[in-house]
Every structure is written in structure tokens, then in C-alpha cells.
Design a protein around this ligand. Sequence first.
Ligand SMILES: Nc1nc2c(ncn2[C@@H]2O[C@H](COP(=O)(O)OP(=O)(O)O)[C@@H](O)[C@H]2O)c(=O)[nH]1
Ligand SMILES: [Mg+2]
Ligand SMILES: [Zn+2]
Length: 322
Amino acid sequence: MGVLSNSFFCPELSPPYFLPMQKGRVIQSTGSWYHIDTGTEVVRSRLPGRFRLEGKEVTNPIAVGDWVDITINDDDTGTIEEIHERENYVTRQATHGRRGEHILAANLDMAYVVQSIRKPALKEGFIDRFLVTCEAYEVPASIIINKMDLAKEKDLGFVDHLNGLYSKLGYSVITTSLKDEDSIQELSKKLEASTSVFIGPSGVGKTSLLNAVDPSYTEKTGEISDYSNKGKHTTTFAKLITLENGGHLVDTPGIREFGLFNIEPWELSLYFPEMLEPRQHCKFNTCTHYHEPNCGVVAAFERGEIDPNRYNSYLNMLESID
Ligand SMILES: Nc1nc2c(ncn2[C@@H]2O[C@H](COP(=O)(O)OP(=O)(O)O)[C@@H](O)[C@H]2O)c(=O)[nH]1
Ligand SMILES: [Mg+2]
Ligand SMILES: [Zn+2]
């Protein structure tokens, strides 16, 4: 490259002749400040108000994982000038009485729902809501079942069942334990060379797994309190971390409930892979598959082709969005 074409680094061409624009990735957002990683430094940046007006239905116009262009101000802070279009993202219904959706992370190669087998107990309903959201927003999804060292004999059969069920639907199931180095290595391999997110309730071990995969990441983990079996809230903001192995991972705060956003009752079954074929046999194309006559999905369920817990999750979600 000729010296002149590399004008970016040429001090003579500094403002007012052109404004140096830098591309970076949002690695943390605290509400008023966005931390932008440009590859050479992390710039604390602000978002001009006009962007907030554009995303009316969204509580956060910029999410961790977004790519943006920034300009650097005299005081070394940044101003976000442009938000690049997202490839995909995961979202959930906003909490604390706020309307709209909250984007948890953007531009993902894989979203992992993290659950522990015990302490706190595994919740299939949480997994299924998460998978529906991933299907709706076209994010590949996998399931991590952590704390396998706490598994009792009967839990092992249950985990086998879940593994069979979800693998068949196209979601891989990964079992891990902080006490099983092989499982950590296996997880580490999966996180290489991609951007992933860990989403799950508080206390299941998201941050611990991250610490185990990358010992240089020293985020605090929560001790389980004896009386409630719930981890304390330690991770307060989503954070995108660059792992030693080159992977990028978003650690999110614990999410108690995963509220679905923007999904109509008739379309919900589109996000259950096992219902795609059966729903073609329904009499009505707006069928919601529980009270309507001549329903292909109910017929498939009665033939034992749809797992009862999955159908139950479907009905629970249908009720919550109806
Ligand atoms: N027995 C056991 N405890 C774990 C495991 N992973 C995490 N923990 C514990 O679970 C608690 C919550 O972990 P943390 O990483 O803060 O959970 P997070 O809220 O999902 O980020 C901590 O006390 C961890 O030490 C595991 O594989 N086995
Ligand atoms: Mg955490
Ligand atoms: Zn139907």
C-alpha cells in the first residue's frame, strides 16, 4: 500500500479535512456508555439521541455484539455514527414493566441455553422458550447442561432422554461440569472461531464455565445461598469477551423468565421443528393446535410422534402470548 493511500494514519489529513471513522464492536453497554472494541483499543462511546428514536419497540437500540462506526472526540471518548445491519440477534420481552423487546446479543454464530441439572433444577420450559426465540430469529441454538457432578442416578436417564429428544430436533446437547476438565475442553473447542452467547437463569454456572474455558477472565461468580438455591446476581450487564482461543462469547446476567416477543399464536408452531410437517395436515391454516377439529399436530401428538413435554411447553407459550 502506498503511503498516501493510507491516509488514515497521516496526521496532515486530520480534521478538518476528514473525520477518522473507526469500525468497532460493542462489547458492553451500561445504559449511557457503550464500550466499543476497535481491535486496538476499547473506546467508551455515546449514542446520539436520534438512534434511540428509530427503534421504537426496542428498549436498547444497540446491543452487545453489534458492529458500529465511531468517531473519536477530543476527550478520547467516542461518538457512535453508524450501526451496521445485524445478521441476527436474540431478544426477549422487556422486563420491569417496560414495553417492547430487549436485545440480548447480536451477530451470533451460536446461542447456548445454559441450565444446571440441579441447584437450580433444570427447567425444560425455559429451554423450549429459548429455542423458539432462536428459531424465530434464525440463530443456531444448542443446550448446555452444567453441574453434571451433582447428577444423581435418576438424573442420568433424564439427561439421556433430553439428549435424544433435542438432538433429533437439531439442537446439540453438551453436558459439562467444572470438575470435569474434558467437558470444559470440549466446550472450549466449540467456542473457538465464532461468536456465541450464554443465556440462562442465575446460578447455573454461565460465568463459571467462562472462567474455566478462559482462566484469564476473572469475572466474579455467585455463591449459592443455602436457603434458596439461587445464585446471587453477579453479572449485571451483558459482556462480550474475547477468549484466549480466539472465540467471542457473550456472558449475560441471569434471566429468570424468557418472555417471547412478537410471535403470533398461529405462527408459534413454525418454531417447533417437530410440528412443521404435521401442521400441514391441519384443516385451518390459522390452526393453533389445541381445540380445532382435524388438527395434524394433535394427531401426531396422539400417535406419540411429539414429546408430551414439548407439547406442554407449546401450550404454555400459546397461553402466554394469546
Ligand atoms: N457443583 C458445581 N457447581 C458449579 C458448577 N458450575 C458452577 N458452579 C457453582 O454455581 C454457582 C453459580 O455460578 P455462576 O457462574 O455465578 O452462575 P451464573 O449466574 O450462571 O453466572 C457458583 O457457586 C459456582 O461455583 C459445576 O459444574 N458444578
Ligand atoms: Mg454470571
Ligand atoms: Zn393444528
